[in-house]
Design a protein around this ligand. Structure first.
Ligand SMILES: [Zn+2]
Ligand SMILES: [Zn+2]
Length: 93
C-alpha cells in the first residue's frame, strides 16, 4: 500500500475513524478508498486503533494508541447496539 505525504488536510476514510488528517502527515493512499491514517490502514478488519484511554475487561488501564479496540454487537430488548471494547496488549494476545 502506497504511503504518501498529504498535500492538503482531509478526512480519514477508515470505518469508525473519520478523524482529521493534517497537511504534511504520512498517510496511506488507495485510489479506491482515499486517504487513511497509517494506524487505520494497518488495523485488522473489525478492529481499529485505540485512540482514547480506556479500561480493559481485565481491569488494566489502556493508554491511547496502546491495545486495541474490537467491535462487539450486543442485543438488548431486541435492539442491536455496537460497542467498541478496549483490550490491553496482554488480552489482545
Ligand atoms: Zn484514521
Ligand atoms: Zn486486559
Amino acid at each position: 500500500m502506497p504511503v504518501i505525504v498529504t498535500k492538503k488536510a482531509g478526512t480519514c476514510t477508515a470505518a469508525g475513524c473519520g478523524g482529521r488528517i493534517r497537511k504534511g502527515e504520512y498517510v496511506e493512499y488507495v485510489a479506491a478508498t482515499g486517504t487513511r491514517h497509517l494506524e487505520c490502514a494497518g488495523a485488522k478488519q473489525g478492529q481499529r486503533p485505540n485512540l482514547k484511554a480506556g479500561t480493559c475487561r481485565c481491569g488494566a488501564a489502556v493508554a491511547p494508541r496502546q491495545g486495541s479496540l474490537a467491535l462487539k454487537e450486543t442485543v438488548r430488548r431486541g435492539r442491536r447496539r455496537k460497542v467498541w471494547l478496549v483490550s490491553c496488549l496482554a488480552c489482545t494476545g
